[in-house]
Write a protein that binds this ligand. Structure first.
Ligand SMILES: [Zn+2]
Ligand SMILES: [Zn+2]
Length: 101
């Protein structure tokens, strides 16, 4: 934390930063608020990602791992253009992943 008046290093004093050189003071809570806001935004981003995950299309398919009858699925492009796409399944119960051949 540097003094906005003279650029000297400021020392924390109570809930303020105080400049030892020119006596300028700045509330410390300003800085803390910025930090909290950033953390909250990070949290929001995480929630959005989780939501996207849960809105993946589901299909009735038997999980080979737990015999559950529902799984998320998506298409995976293979590298060779003349090969068909592969369906990737993910079990809604046990998170087991497998592909359709
Ligand atoms: Zn100063
Ligand atoms: Zn399963």
């Amino acid at each position: 934390m540097f003094c906005p008046e003279c650029g000297a290093l400021m020392k924390p004093s109570g809930d303020e930063w105080v400049c030892k050189k020119c006596g300028a003071a700045k509330k410390r809570s300003d800085e803390d608020d910025d930090k909290i806001t950033t953390e909250k935004e990070e949290e929001k981003k995480m929630v959005v990602i989780e939501k996207e995950e849960s809105t993946q299309p589901k299909t009735k398919v038997r999980c080979p791992n737990c015999d559950n009858n529902e799984a998320y699925w998506r298409l995976e492009q293979t590298r060779a253009a003349d090969e068909p796409e592969t369906r990737i399944y993910r079990c809604t119960e046990c998170d087991h992943r497998w592909r359709e051949y």
